[in-house]
Design a protein around this ligand. Structure first.
Ligand code: NDP
Length: 500
């Protein structure tokens, strides 16, 4: 079966966003040209001058006003998101709530994290007062995906704004209405266009990369991330890349199996598996494998994808993903794996029913590539060392989960990933003070938390002489005596640990 993209109408200057549950047109949006993007960036640059000149407190007031506005109209935002992604209403609300919480955290913590603060100046430069502050970069281009069209870009938008930057946001062509809604509400709060949205297709995103913004924060697939980085390299524009994942969930012999099953079922199937940090691989200790598998199959049977009110998961938002999900299931079966729930027939025209695969070789596409559907592979391991080695063998390294009553932290510490949830799944994404981001093909740089604020700044270090130096070093008047004193000081400070 080959599924083709049901495209809406695309004229030279507009495109339609579609409801993936039905294919109906949700709305028509402009395709921003290179000149449109350039004009938005120029407006943003002027607004950034005003915005960065405000105090942290004044920015916080405005960001909190935006936060309250979004909160008071959360139903409206969730409805736009639901229409464009097809996700259930409860999931849309959860996503909005988490995004609001991040906006509040970024606004509330920017001063403490980024404001000028004193650092120790050390003995050699004891006469200097040393301080550092993190200054805004200017205009940040944010390019976002469709799977979490509010939460994911807000991880960059909120933190970039709180740090004193203006933002030009290019939402996915599948969720332009969500971006437009955010811009509309921002315009009600900010006196100047510190947050603008340019809608369009991939080419609009590419234009944003070439527009002279001071940084591009990209969230999307690894393949597009490489293109973004290549385009940005031409102008030495720094990039933050939040790309795909192939996250593993590890179940130790002492795990609470019911909790691990619950985590695996939700982690693999929530949002129809279209989650960058969703569970795609499960490694289970051989002693609890049968018990886990029996329960995970039984519990997953309670989940079905549909358009009705009691369906826990919705459609596959991007039609071309259906072919990828199908290819991974086919490859798993062709290479010796078995489907213990569902199979190739689970992939429909718009909806995919949950699939559980076992005995899949680690070389199969179902294990090595991001599937982005409601599927999981469950693999028996002899030890937690084996589970760790298999988890770390992936080219992706975004999130991970470990279920163990006693060994969670020891296992977590051995994983080469950006985030780990112990006895839970994806919980790290909801903690605003924790950084979020990946390693390897999952990207680099961090959103959220203090690291996420600093990501949109440059460090400005300042020393101020508070008294004459005891030993004058940074002058051509430096004496031999001063050099001798320096030698003695360094030997005293650092020489004692070395071998003679
Ligand atoms: P894509 O890579 O297809 O697109 C991401 C964004 O890039 C879209 O806005 C897209 O526009 C735009 N784009 C496309 N081509 C270019 C280009 N040449 N230059 C600049 N921008 C371009 O990803 P998806 O939207 O399909 O999102 C799913 C992916 O995102 C998955 O791999 C998922 O794992 C990852 N993701 C990662 C997260 C993380 O935090 N690590 C979080 C959420 C998702 P258009 O849609 O118009 O083509």
């Amino acid at each position: 079966m080959t599924i083709t993209e049901p495209t809406g109408t695309r004229t030279a200057a507009t495109f339609d966003s579609l409801d993936p549950r039905t294919g109906a047109v949700v709305a028509t949006h402009p395709i921003a040209s290179e000149a449109d993007v350039q004009a938005a960036v120029e407006r943003a640059r002027k607004a950034a001058t005003w915005w960065s000149g405000l105090s942290f407190a004044d920015r916080k007031t405005r960001l909190n006003a935006w936060k309250s506005l979004i909160t008071n109209r959360i139903d409206e935002l969730a409805a736009v998101m639901q229409a464009e992604t097809g996700k259930p209403q409860g999931d849309a609300m959860l996503e909005c709530a988490l995004a609001i919480d991040h906006l509040a955290w970024a606004a509330g913590h920017a001063k403490k994290v980024l404001g000028r603060h004193k650092v120790p100046s050390g003995l050699v430069m004891a006469n200097q007062k040393a301080t550092v502050e993190y200054a805004p970069l200017g205009v940040i281009g944010v390019i976002g995906p469709w799977n979490y069209p509010v939460f994911t870009p807000m991880g960059s938008i909120a933190y970039a704004l709180a740090a004193g930057n203006a933002v030009v946001f290019k939402p996915s062509e599948y969720t332009p209405g969500v971006g437009a809604w955010l811009e509309k509400t921002a315009n009600e709060v900010f006196e100047q266009p510190v947050f603008q949205v340019v809608t369009g297709l991939g080419e609009t995103g590419a234009a944003l990369c070439r527009s002279g913004v001071n940084k591009v924060a990209f969230t999307g697939s690894t393949a597009t991330g490489k293109r973004v980085m290549a385009a940005c390299s031409e102008s030495l524009t720094p990039v933050l890349i939040e790309a795909g994942g192939k996250d593993a969930l590890i179940v130790d012999v002492d795990a609470d199996i019911e909790a691990a099953v619950d985590g695996a079922v939700w982690g693999a199937n929530a949002n129809a598996g279209q989650t960058c940090a969703g569970v795609e691989r499960v490694y289970v200790h051989e002693k609890v494998y049968d018990e886990f598998l029996e329960q995970v199959v039984a519990r997953t049977k309670e989940v079905h994808a549909n358009n009705d009110a009691d369906a826990k998961i919705g459609p596959i938002t991007m039609p071309s993903q259906l072919n990828i999900i199908k290819r991974h299931i086919d490859d798993a079966l062709a290479s010796g794996g078995k489907a213990v729930l569902g199979g190739p027939e689970s992939v429909g025209d718009r909806f995919v029913q949950p699939v559980i695969l076992v005995d899949v070789p680690e070389t199969s596409a179902a294990v090595t590539e991001e599937t982005f559907g409601p599927t999981m592979t469950v693999t028996k391991v002899k030890s937690m060392d084996e589970a760790v080695a298999l988890t770390n063998a992936s080219k992706y390294a975004l999130g991970s989960s470990v279920f163990s009553k006693r060994n969670g932290m020891q296992i977590a510490e051995k994983l080469r990933v950006g985030m780990t949830a112990i006895n839970g799944v994806i919980t790290f994404a909801g903690v605003p003070s924790l950084p979020f981001g990946g390693v390897g093909d999952s990207g680099f740089g961090r959103i959220h938390g203090p690291d996420g604020l600093k990501e949109f700044t440059y460090a400005h270090a300042i020393t101020r002489q508070r008294m004459k130096p005891l030993i004058a070093l940074t002058t051509f008047q430096r004496t031999e005596k001063a050099e001798e004193q320096l030698g003695k000081m360094i030997a005293m400070l650092h020489g004692r640990g070395g071998k003679k």
